[in-house]
Ligand binder design. Structure first.
Ligand SMILES: [Zn+2]
Length: 157
């Protein structure tokens, strides 16, 4: 997915959310959303604020409130980042990683496969609008598979 598609979809989600909640659509909020979806890394309130402050008269509180709103609307994820406080990241149509879980040793293996998101994005689910996806595949890892094969060979002898 291109950056433009992501921003277009993010704008649509924000538009729908604001309408649903009876909020006002402000140009500042739109600019913050645009910045969030232009920056391709996790960011803090300060990152966005410093990015915008030269051109626009936004306060840190406005940035914070907007990011919290985006979080509620499912447009960003947030996590605690130690000393620096909260860290946010754009999450609409991002290429998230998927997991493979070995059912024998329970180890998780991360992998990326854009074709999964592409495939799922073309699907329609009843009463549910998908904004992102993460897949868990269960199976046997190569180490455990090798162990099993060794046991099999032992038993044959
Ligand atoms: Zn295993």
């Amino acid at each position: 997915m291109s950056e433009n598609n992501r921003l277009t979809e993010a704008r649509q989600i924000l538009h729908d959310y604001i309408k649903l909640k009876g909020l006002r659509n402000t140009p500042e909020r739109q600019k913050i959303l645009e910045t969030v979806y232009t920056i391709n890394t996790p960011f803090t309130v300060d990152t966005i604020w410093e990015y915008l402050t030269d051109e626009y008269h936004v306060t840190r509180v406005t940035v914070y409130n907007s990011l919290e709103l985006f979080f509620k609307a499912g447009l960003v994820i947030k996590r605690s980042n130690g000393n620096e406080g909260l860290e946010y990241e754009a999450c609409v149509q991002t290429q998230t990683h998927h997991n493979m879980c070995c059912t024998i040793c329970n180890q998780l293996f991360e992998f990326k496969d854009p074709s999964i998101a592409l495939f799922l994005s073309q699907k329609k689910y009843k009463k549910f609008k998908m904004t992102n996806c993460s897949v868990m595949i269960y199976g046997i890892c190569s180490k455990c598979q090798a162990k099993i094969n060794r046991e099999k060979r032992k038993q044959k002898k």
